[in-house]
Design a binder for this molecule. Sequence first.
Ligand code: ADP
Length: 239
Amino acid sequence: MSPILEIRGLSKQFGGVTALSGVDLAIEEGEILGVVGPNGSGKTTLFNVVTGVHKPSGGSVSFRGHDITGLAPHAISRAGIGYTFQQAMAFAGLCVLENVQIAGEHVRVNAGAGQPWSTPQALLDFVGLAALADERAGVLPFGSLRLLGLALALATQPALLLLDEPAAGLNDRETAALVGLVRQLPGHGITVCVIDHDMKLMQMLCRRLAVLDFGSKIADGPTGAVLADPKVLEVYLGG
Ligand code: ADP
């Protein structure tokens, strides 16, 4: 089967800074792929180029066999790529349920995965926020706000979901709940790519890891093998 997302020779320069340099990366349908690397290694830039926030300086991105390189963010979202932000983006004055309803409003034109959750309430049930459906998003505790961020991304019915440091700021109990949710996503037809520098989280979530260092991919393979790779150990331990 061909990959759901295929990145070839992707480069991005910001002035004199090379944030990405000739990155090749394939995401297979139904997997949870982790992209790791030290601070400044290009993880966020990779997501920003795939989602259309930044145009690449070179290379291509193809999603389900279609070239999406350089398309605008709304077009990429409609094609079926969803993402969460490090800062949850919800309307503070609206209640939790209304936020999910609004996020899902444009999906009629989405060519995404289909309808794993038939109503906004069913989606809130899935992420464990049903009891808070009528609360204003602005008063949610941090952990619940992160879950709402996940619900908002899922409401757009992505076939591929990009998660940017999904557990940042969560306590151990909240992190375990999040890991439990994310691991169910492939069963709902949603392929996942997560970026994080928290290796413990990545080992819980991902069977396969790709490692970036100074904008280049230095390793890609089964999690255990990648974490034992001398090149990767040097990046993380060699300082
Ligand atoms: P990571 O997410 O792995 O921490 P980033 O993708 O944020 O790494 O950053 C990679 C490199 O690109 C860094 O050197 C960073 O300073 C630079 N960079 C990222 N975004 C921008 C930007 N909008 N303008 C200028 N430089 C940027």
